[in-house]
Write a protein that binds this ligand. Structure first.
Ligand SMILES: [Zn+2]
Length: 128
């Protein structure tokens, strides 16, 4: 099997070490338990929560993604509509609320991929 790229691994929320096992228990990001994370990788047995409070840092990325989404929306709404700033705030709130499961997942996926790198030798040992 071909090697999974870092980008695809983050986007599909795979284990950063083997890029095969799933991080989240449910595939659908809008499932009721969208944030539930597996204890360890089903393929390489890597334990995802390496230390207590490990996931707190992912909030920085969640915030950054929120800002990256909000800025273009604000600019477009200010230029193309006559909405008041509090109405724009409402629109932003609705968009971020709707996207919150995705922001939650991708921020954790990025966070995990920063600290744990792909282990090619391990993947070769496990096989396809
Ligand atoms: Zn793994």
């Amino acid at each position: 099997m071909a090697e999974v790229s870092l980008f695809k691994s983050i986007l599909t929320c795979k284990c950063p070490k083997c890029r095969k096992g799933r991080v989240f228990t449910h595939k659908n990001p809008y499932h009721r338990k969208f944030g539930k994370i597996e204890k360890k990788c089903s393929v390489c047995n890597f334990i995802y929560e390496m230390e207590q409070g490990f996931w707190y840092g992912a909030m920085y990325f969640s915030y950054a993604f929120g800002v990256l989404i909000s800025i273009p929306v604000v600019v477009i709404l200010l230029l193309k509509t006559n909405l008041e700033i509090f109405q724009i705030t409402g629109v932003i709130f609705c968009i971020l609320f709707a996207l919150s499961p995705l922001l939650f997942r991708y921020s954790r996926s990025v966070w995990l991929h920063i600290f744990v790198w792909y282990d090619k030798d391990l993947v070769n040992k496990i096989g396809d």
